[in-house]
Ligand binder design. Structure first.
Ligand SMILES: [Zn+2]
Length: 282
């Protein structure tokens, strides 16, 4: 049998140190849940032999590790139905364990994880907080209407339609947020014409990172001005399908938030600001 380099004081060289579920293992590598997950389903994939950095690892081992990461991503998609995923590995002094480990984790819109650097770091952080079992987010939504149709994102699972929008960043106002989100998701620079609906929504979270949590979402919905001849993307930046639904066919579809079915006509006609208080906690 080949000798493996195992370091006595290395946390990952000794499997007894791994306190979480091992989800994959073969002769060369193993994967287990991160002790402090960024999102639920966060996995660490490591070589069993001790290496610090990617450039120390034999090609065959690295290739094998990448193929295993492919399987893990497929499994995460099946189990968590995330909007996407991230894979990352920190080397040298930024490897806090000292043993190569590849992070693989599901990603969701507004999960607060993102690139941060220097002075950017504050403004890119989504406004939200979690305490005990409470989960709070501050978000915006876009009412984009053209030719009697409204633009929605089609949910990959469940077949419902939800509004374009996203989390307000720390230090950002809601109008700037929805203009930024609309551009990111549709490729079109729309101006937020006016705030139309303010919604305070309370519900019990199901699935993904909010599963079992008591959720509280404050949302500002803006009626957007659509530039003439704007050419909208057919998919968002997260590869979700964008769909135009005729307003007179709303009743046939599962549209979220559902109150749009009742309130949209008033919004279009320039009615007063609508305040929705919705509490689905039981
Ligand atoms: Zn090690």
């Amino acid at each position: 049998m080949k000798m493996r380099r195992l370091f006595e004081n290395c946390v990952f060289c000794n499997r007894d140190n791994i306190m979480t579920d091992i989800i994959y293992e073969d002769e060369l590598v193993m994967a287990f849940k991160d002790y402090e997950p960024i999102n639920e389903g966060h996995v660490l994939l490591i070589p069993k032999e001790h290496f610090l950095d990617v450039d120390e690892m034999p090609d065959e081992l690295l290739a094998h590790l990448m193929l295993v990461s492919k399987k893990i991503v497929a499994d995460l998609k099946e189990v968590y139905h995330p909007a996407g995923y991230s894979i990352m590995q920190n080397g040298g002094a930024f490897n806090d364990v000292g043993h190569y480990h590849l992070h693989i984790f599901p990603r969701y819109e507004g999960d607060g994880f993102g690139w941060t650097s220097g002075s950017e770091s504050q403004s890119l952080f989504d406004c939200g907080m979690e305490k005990d079992n409470y989960w709070f987010r501050y978000r915006t939504g876009a009412i984009i209407i053209r030719d009697g149709k409204m633009l929605f994102v089609k949910s990959e699972i469940g077949g419902y339609y939800y509004m374009i929008g996203g989390g307000v960043h720390l230090g950002e106002d809601s109008k700037t947020c929805i203009e930024r989100e609309t551009l990111e998701e549709t490729g079109v620079n729309c101006t937020a014409k006016r705030i139309a609906i303010v919604s305070e929504n309370f519900f019990n979270g199901v699935g993904g990172e909010i599963d079992g949590k008591e959720c509280h979402v404050l949302e500002c919905y803006y009626l957007m001005d659509v530039p003439d001849n704007a050419s909208f993307e057919t998919e968002t930046d997260a590869a979700e399908e964008l769909v135009w639904i005729p307003i007179d066919e709303f009743s046939k579809h599962d549209i979220r938030p559902a109150f749009l079915k009742q309130e949209l006509q008033g919004v279009i006609e320039g009615g007063p600001l609508i305040h929705i208080l919705n509490d689905e906690r039981k």
